[in-house]
Design a protein around this ligand. Sequence first.
Ligand SMILES: Cc1cc2nc3c(=O)[nH]c(=O)nc-3n(C[C@H](O)[C@H](O)[C@H](O)COP(=O)(O)OP(=O)(O)OC[C@H]3O[C@@H](n4cnc5c(N)ncnc54)[C@H](O)[C@@H]3O)c2cc1C
Length: 413
Amino acid sequence: MNNIVIVGAGPAGMAAAVASSSQKGAQVTVIDDNPSTGGQIWRGGSDPANPWFARLSQTNTKVVTSARVISGDAINRSLLVDREGNVQSIPYSKLILATGARELFLPFPGWTLPNVMGVGGLQALVKSGLPVTGKRIVVAGSGPLLLAVASYLKHHGAIIPLIAEQASLRALASFTTGLLSHPSKLWQAFRLNPRFAGIPYLTNCWIEAALGTNHVQSIRLRQKARMWEEPCDYVANAYGFVANNELATLLGCATENGAVQVDQFQQTSIADIYCAGEAAGIGGVDTALLEGQIAGYAATGQTSFCSRLQSQLRKAKAFARSLNKTFAPRAELQTLAQPDTIVCRCEDVTLARLRTANSWRSAKLHERCGMGPCQGRICGPAAQFILGWEPSSVRPPIFPARLDTLLQENSVK
Ligand SMILES: Cc1cc2nc3c(=O)[nH]c(=O)nc-3n(C[C@H](O)[C@H](O)[C@H](O)COP(=O)(O)OP(=O)(O)OC[C@H]3O[C@@H](n4cnc5c(N)ncnc54)[C@H](O)[C@@H]3O)c2cc1C
């Protein structure tokens, strides 16, 4: 029996499920920790997503939601799944990891104040009902998501005084010229142009500090030598994405620069484990869909369907590379955090305390950095950016689990 298990029901996982279930006899299961499928971008549905939801519903894929993979064993080919406190061991013959990405936060003084949020994070809150009508929201950081979210927030009644993009005008100009060879992206960029939404878009500009007592009341912005304060009710700030590679790393898959390494069939360095979407390198939704399909076909031995997708993927990846280069955080952002700035917000570890350690491992052991509920998912990439520390090994459980869940883990082994 070809038992395909897919972790992650975002665009990559959904595409992998559709492709793998096209093989007769394949038994396909998708596991996701959210209550519904769609991942970060399609949760709640959207026009581009609808054909994929329809295609998935026409397969006999078993979709397991509100279930989190907390551990795995590549030798015994099994995953440990925590579904609201109940633990289950799920075997696989082929595994496709489509675990997506999270936002990259770079600490600055005041970044832990209430109402300073992630860009996608604030959008998700508004999607689930947070009212923002009449609220002043500064959108800052880097990448095209700033434009999409600023327009979205404005559409929902927020006042967006400006978008602060840290990339330089020169980098953006050369990126825009490069869009000429990607007409569909050029159209998207045209639609997202902040000028159409009447929002000032400042390049070479970033947040130096968030100010306020019980919550953010203003931010200090820098654009080259100019510094000023901007009053606001919320800040939406992120510097792109970080691949969720923890499960892959735990299973022994090789990574490079945070991305899970894959071959042309999305096969990782571990036999019968594939990886697709943001976890295999930040590339956006089109890349995720192509990689998901390739992984699904390859895992079910249908590699003849891959070559057309692979040539589309080469183009999509060239675009992703230029996007990642354009919006890569600049070196000046490494010096925003001050000695008393908290870097690990779960355990209240300041930059000064981090500097007493000489590696991520010693910071974990001696300062408890990365030992809290997020398990280093937020502070790890920040420490890597500020201090150049390589992340150390990943240990199970990869997400916090209750003690009785872990006790059940022993009984299901
Ligand atoms: C907060 C946020 C907001 C974004 N908003 C936009 C946007 O507005 N527009 C846009 O173009 N792009 C947006 N993106 C980028 C977009 O999400 C990706 O390009 C696209 O969704 C990639 O698809 P994916 O399938 O690789 O990952 P995802 O869509 O992230 O799907 C991965 C899924 O795997 C689940 N998962 C991960 N680990 C486990 C585990 N151990 N157990 C169970 N489930 C697990 C996750 O919860 C998630 O549902 C956003 C990204 C983030 C992080």
